[in-house]
Design a binder for this molecule. Structure first.
Ligand SMILES: [Zn+2]
Ligand SMILES: [Zn+2]
Length: 244
């Protein structure tokens, strides 16, 4: 009996592998048009973050020249982070893809999301914001994004941080409580010098990334740049001219 179920399982896996080899991968956005990356129609549903402030990531109606920071943050940005690089608004199709990739630890969707990461220009070590302890097995989105960036730019990937404990859910807290919630959340297990590009999937309050950056700065890091896939929109963001 055990042998026959193993045979059935083996045949099923073999059939799946044959099908994967024979059939073209589909777009993870619509599951209809060819993939594996997002098809042109699905890409049109993404909203790029236009002219983000390089200190805090807030979108602007026009590029910032001098000073290169917005009136909202006045150059202060996030503690420990010298620059923010962010690609997209966290809404619509992209929000759905990020949510489902994280909920089901879906590697094909994560790999597609990795192709949407903004480019970086610095010579730096790439460090992902690490997973919380106790999360279930499977790929971790920020780590997949960081690995892609490192490979794409020929830069070293260093999994330098460890998360000490599970923080309370940030979106339920106000700004002050968010900072306290993540204080001492990260420990540096491999000190890294020079410039670091810290990689995460989402920028919301900035408190988690700031705590990770401060932990790196307390060790050997000279400068931390935050690179994120998407930013959670705020009610006071400029509204016009976002869609491609
Ligand atoms: Zn599509
Ligand atoms: Zn700003």
């Amino acid at each position: 009996m055990r042998l026959s179920s193993a045979l059935v399982s083996g045949c099923r896996n073999l059939c799946r592998q044959v099908a994967d080899g024979l059939l073209p991968a589909l777009c993870v956005g619509c599951s209809v048009r060819p993939g594996p990356d997002l098809c042109a129609q699905c890409r049109r549903h993404l909203t790029p973050l236009l002219h983000p402030c390089p200190r805090c990531g807030r979108p602007q109606r026009e590029p910032l020249n001098n000073p290169r920071s917005c009136r909202a943050c006045r150059g202060h940005g996030w503690l420990g982070i010298s620059e923010v690089i962010v690609g997209w608004n966290y809404e619509g199709l992209l929000q759905g893809l990020i949510t489902s990739a994280k909920a089901s630890a879906d590697r094909p969707t994560m790999l597609t999301l990795a192709t949407l990461m903004p480019a970086i220009e610095a010579q730096a070590s790439i460090v992902p914001v690490p997973p919380a302890p106790g999360r279930r097995h499977g790929p971790h989105l920020a780590t997949v994004l960081a690995r892609h960036l490192a490979h794409h730019h020929g830069l070293p990937l260093v999994e330098a941080l460890r998360c000490r404990h599970l923080a309370a859910e940030q979106h339920r807290l106000n700004a002050g409580d968010r900072r306290r919630n993540v204080e001492d959340l990260f420990v540096v297990r491999r000190p890294v010098g020079g410039t670091i590009v810290l990689v995460d999937d989402l920028l919301t309050s900035g408190a988690t990334a700031s705590a990770a950056a401060l932990a790196l700065r307390r060790q050997d890091a000279d400068r931390v740049i935050l690179a994120v896939l998407a930013r959670t929109p705020r009610s006071d963001d400029p509204k016009s001219g976002w869609r491609l």
